[in-house]
Design a protein around this ligand. Structure first.
Ligand code: IMP
Length: 199
């Protein structure tokens, strides 16, 4: 079974491949030509995950696994949310996004006031069989005061999962997958694929 991963984020691709360890031949953006620029115009993670899955499935006529995810910070009324990857705008990089987040939270000097969560919605869509599956996950935590750790991507260096004394970027890939929003969503998706699709 061939499944195209709807992401150009190598960090995500790594996490997806290591969690969905089924007999699936995963393809990535490196295996197909003319990867489209998908405009994430949805207002929710679910809408954006659907846009990515359907755009790529109709372009390549193949089953697609998409995920849309992001960070919600309570003190910022849920921002950056669906704008997590482009929090600073068009010239966003992980480093700039993290810098802006720390700046926006500078007034909040107690960790308890810096509560946040990562959310993820994963969608599997097979255009030939018209099968669509959805799975969600979240992880609660708080935003630290400076980046720490080398692993992961995005906001991992400043996200301290609840009950941990370390950032997500200090965890190994398997430790992160065990507790993360994406790990949880993908484990649910793995079960759904085993039940509903021959893998
Ligand atoms: P997406 O590719 O549109 O889903 O954007 C997700 C963005 O949310 C990423 O670019 C990161 O900024 C952030 N994000 C999502 N998941 C994670 C994670 O596991 N660790 C750190 N940042 C994440």
């Amino acid at each position: 079974m061939k499944v195209l991963i709807a992401s150009k984020n190598d960090g995500k691709i790594k996490e997806i491949k290591s969690t969905i360890d089924l007999r699936v031949d995963f393809l990535t953006y490196q295996d197909v030509s003319n990867w489209p620029q998908v405009r994430e115009t949805g207002q929710t993670f679910q809408e954006n995950a659907l846009i990515k899955a359907h755009t790529l499935a109709s372009k390549y006529n193949i089953a697609v696994l998409s995920d849309d995810s992001g960070l919600e910070v309570d003190a910022l009324d849920g921002k950056p949310g669906v704008y997590s990857s482009r929090y600073v705008g068009a010239r966003a990089t992980d480093k700039r996004n993290v810098e802006k987040l720390l700046k926006d939270l500078h007034r909040y000097i107690y960790l308890e006031k810096r509560s946040a969560r990562f959310r993820c919605v994963a969608i599997y869509f097979d255009p030939k069989k018209n099968i669509e599956l959805t799975a969600e996950g979240k992880v609660e935590g708080s935003i630290g005061f400076e980046p720490v750790g080398e692993n992961g991507f995005g906001y991992d260096p400043v996200f301290i999962p609840k009950g941990y004394n370390a950032t997500m970027a200090q965890l190994s890939l398997s430790e992160k997958n065990a507790i993360s929003h994406r790990g949880k969503a993908l484990k649910k998706m793995k079960k759904l694929l085993q039940q509903k699709v021959s893998t």
